[in-house]
Design a protein around this ligand. Structure first.
Ligand code: ZN
Length: 130
């Protein structure tokens, strides 16, 4: 999996800006490369400990992908006070659809996971300059 340094910076800034709430959004890309990040509102009633991506943003992004835009390769959210491992809540939400989940924790830590049929699997990633 590959991601540009700039996108990691954006994920960390989104996390800081939303703190103490969780931020969330959509990861766009091609195959194993993330090329764009779409921040969305966290519409969950308790955003300090949960996230729910704005459903309208998901609909819009799916539509854009069908019309030739980049594919939805995954999602991201932050754990303002927790580790970058999927929580029990995350495991309940997991669809097992093979998409990538990015989790941003404290001190700028970021981890990527694949939401596979057997649960979350840690993904290694390389950072590119552009
Ligand atoms: Zn989580």
């Amino acid at each position: 999996m590959q991601i540009a340094k700039l996108l990691l910076t954006i994920l960390r800034k989104e996390t800081e800006a939303a703190c103490p709430q969780e931020c969330c959004g959509i990861l766009l890309g091609n195959g194993t490369q993330i090329i764009e990040i779409v921040p969305t509102r966290n519409v969950h009633p308790t955003p300090e400990t949960h996230f729910e991506i704005d459903p309208q943003a998901l609909v819009d992004t799916h539509r854009a992908a069908r019309q030739g835009g980049p594919n939805i390769v995954g999602y991201y959210h932050s754990h303002p006070n927790g580790p970058v491992t999927p929580s029990a809540t995350d495991r309940k939400l997991a669809a097992g659809d093979g998409r990538i989940w990015a989790i941003i924790g404290t001190e700028g830590k970021i981890a990527f996971w694949r939401d596979g049929t057997d649960g979350f699997e840690a993904l290694s990633y390389s950072v590119s300059d552009v």
